[in-house]
Design a protein around this ligand. Structure first.
Ligand code: TYM
Length: 350
């Protein structure tokens, strides 16, 4: 049986679903960490393997229109490039190009129980809303386990809402290794585990970026600021940030407003140091329009260079296709090795 860690390089992998325009919650919660890691001296160049996936088969649970899916995939690949993912240093690929993902997910399905998947937050949320859930959405965590475990991943940089999914990947690796890991040592641990155990990497300060209404920023809540928003889109979004009625206003629960609008401040602090923000908010207590105007300008200054870089990249019609084709061939080599080890371990290939 082949062993894990065929190389000693650190490996990281993450992804976004192509379900529409990514927002600043996706960026600060996850995508910014990808770029920072790629450029970190410990991980840069060929010091580490870095996989950034477009999770299109996950998105198929939500987007069931071919033209829209295709456009979303191309747009998201451009987004990855525009934030600074360098296809020479990192592997950008789409999930559906590597059939090992769905094949390994099936193997994992067979060792996973229904009650275990019923504990997934996403499933429980759908249940609570009385939504009819597809088998694909129910099995979503198993496909994500395959995404991660196929590449011998050490680190999965994500936002807080994906923590449980990474824990599922760890649990599933442990379970698989235990059942199929061949020889056991004196503590009953497999001596030649097939899968490596991944760790989530979650930045505490941006683990859950709030949206315009103070809830988690999410495409499904319609409370987002798109990462590549135009000036007008930024303005429209910021002007709709929900605030209290102003300094001294008494809320239904009896609390009195201190004139510092939390929902504006929390977004503002993503892009401006608190040492600069605090005096600005003190000086403008209760002046919500002035604070929103300041946020619009700061967001524009932050987004504009990325938006312009993206527009330039979009002029090259072949770029995305080339990047995805190259990424697929590099990812496939690695994924197929690990799938072959798993198939050998379960006894279907010999
Ligand atoms: P997705 O597409 O919902 O979100 C992409 C990334 O953005 C993070 N995120 C946030 N972080 C902080 N605050 C927010 N308001 C916020 N909203 C979203 C998410 O935590 C995520 O890191 N299942 C994944 C995609 C996926 C994946 C994978 C990720 C598929 N396979 C393997 C890592 C490894 C998802 O739906 O992300």
């Amino acid at each position: 049986m082949s062993k894990t860690s065929t190389n000693s390089k650190k490996t990281l992998l993450s992804g976004v679903k192509p379900t529409g325009k990514p927002h600043i919650g996706n960026y600060f919660g996850a995508m910014k960490q990808w770029v920072d890691l790629q450029n970190n001296p410990e991980f840069t160049g060929d010091k580490a393997q870095k996989f950034f996936m477009i999770a299109d088969y996950h998105a198929l649970n939500f987007i069931q229109n071919a033209a829209e899916m295709k456009q979303n995939i191309i747009d998201l690949a451009l987004d990855y490039l525009a934030i600074g993912i360098d296809p020479k240093q990192s592997i950008i690929f789409k999930q559906s190009d590597i059939s090992a993902h769905t094949e390994l997910a099936w193997i994992f399905d067979t060792i996973t129980t229904m009650p275990y998947l019923q504990r997934a937050h996403a499933y429980k949320d759908a249940e609570a809303k009385n939504k009819e859930i597809s088998v694909g959405a129910f099995n979503y965590p198993m496909l994500m386990c395959a995404d991660i475990l196929l590449y011998d991943v050490d680190i999965v940089p994500v936002g807080q809402d994906q923590k449980q999914h990474v824990e599922y990947a760890r649990d599933t690796a442990i379970k698989f290794n235990h059942i199929f890991g061949g020889e056991k040592d004196k503590d009953n641990n497999p001596t030649s585990p097939v899968f490596k155990l991944p760790e989530p990497m979650i930045m505490e300060s941006v683990a859950t970026v709030p949206g315009l209404d103070g809830r988690k920023m999410s495409k499904s809540y319609g409370n987002t600021i798109p990462l590549f928003a135009s000036y007008d889109e930024i303005k429209k979004a910021v002007m709709s940030i929900v605030t209290d009625a102003g300094l001294g206003a008494v809320a239904a629960d009896g609390t009195v407003s201190d004139g510092i609008p939390k929902n504006i401040y929390e977004i503002h602090k993503l892009i401006k140091p608190e040492a600069e923000l605090k005096p600005l908010y003190e000086a403008n207590k209760g002046k919500y329009k002035a604070l929103k105007d300041a946020l619009v300008e700061d967001l524009e200054a932050f987004i504009k260079p990325m938006r312009e870089r993206r527009a330039l990249l979009a002029q090259d019609n072949d770029l995305v296709m080339q990047v995805l084709a190259d990424g697929a061939s590099r990812a496939r080599m690695q994924a197929e090795k690990r799938l072959a080890a798993a198939k050998q371990a379960v006894g279907v290939s010999f």
